[in-house]
Design a protein around this ligand. Structure first.
Ligand code: B12
Length: 229
């Protein structure tokens, strides 16, 4: 068997070839070498997009998607403990997340949830196949600052739009959460049509935007407070 030097490029090839034990070995080697865990996750995400294309073109079947999901989950589990926990206090903001109705893809959502928890956010995860009414109910109960909706399939865009619009219609302006949408098939036009505030494409972007939203919210709160005498 050829011995390859550990590299992100090789990991990507191994994922695309669905070699699960070799992927685990390579991930372990990369982590031991001090590779940035978020870089490993980005490589995985890209490789899974390639696998999606192979499924579309008939090179891989549903079993390929299942194996890819399984490999991704194993790599996330190995990598997460290596994500450096910043020195942040807890209770930085409340984030409600879930995958929209009709969709059971959850790896990206779980990754985003784990990362936000690490960064001190209070995350409530509603799971997968979540109806718009469930998101609304939990918005009343949990009162999130941010809602993150995951939708990996084009067929889920209707549910995404319904969810955003239901929350927009029912929640009064002063309590209105910022809504993020995310997933493989989401493009800017979907954001416009749905009425969501932001599209996020990866976990780094998600954390960055949450920080920005919370800073802006705090700024507004301070502006409303009477100046100290
Ligand atoms: C793995 C996989 C599966 C696994 C999912 C396992 C799991 N537990 O999630 C299984 C096998 C179950 C599956 C099933 C199906 N799948 Co599938 N799947 C994929 C695949 C290959 C990878 C998805 C993935 O996990 N990516 C890795 C993660 C980390 O990336 P991500 O989801 O993009 O998430 C990142 C960001 O978007 C963001 N993010 C994501 N979610 C969230 C949420 C929040 C709150 C935040 C803040 C951020 C955030 O952060 C993440 C990390 O950076 C994609 C291909 C692709 N292009 O993505 C197809 C894909 C999504 N699947 C597809 C299809 C067609 C199906 C099936 C219909 C197949 C079938 N015939 O049954 C079923 C659908 C079942 C259903 N009703 O939901 C199509 C959808 C095509 C379309 N136009 O709609 C795709 C695009 C493949 C393709 N190119 O054809 N699938």
């Amino acid at each position: 068997m050829t011995n390859y030097k550990p590299s992100l490029e090789r990991l990507s090839q191994l994922i695309t070839l669905l070699k699960d034990s070799a992927c685990r070995r390579m991930t372990r080697q990369l982590l031991n070498m001090g590779t940035d865990p978020t870089q490993i996750m980005e490589v995985c995400q890209k490789s899974l997009i390639d696998i999606g294309h192979k499924y579309e073109t008939g090179e891989y079947f549903i079993a390929g998607l299942i194996m890819a999901g399984d490999i991704m989950k194993q790599i996330i589990d190995m990598v997460m403990p290596y994500v450096k926990t910043p020195q942040v206090p807890s209770g930085r903001g409340k984030v409600l997340i879930g995958t929209v109705a009709g969709d059971i893809h959850d790896l990206g959502k779980n990754m985003a949830g784990a990362m936000l928890t690490t960064y001190g956010y209070d995350v409530k995860d509603l799971g997968v196949d979540v109806r718009p009414e469930q998101f609304l109910e939990e918005t009343w109960r949990f009162q999130p600052h941010i809602i993150g909706l995951s939708s990996l399939m084009t067929s889920g865009h209707g549910a995404l739009t319904q969810t955003v619009q239901l929350i927009r219609q029912q929640v009064p302006l002063e309590a209105r959460p910022i809504i993020f949408i995310s997933g493989a098939m989401i493009i800017e036009s979907v954001k416009k049509r749905s009425g969501a505030d932001y599209v996020v494409n990866n976990v780094a972007e998600t954390v960055f935007l949450c920080e920005r939203v919370m800073l802006e919210a705090k700024g507004e709160q301070n502006a409303k407070q009477p100046a100290a005498k």
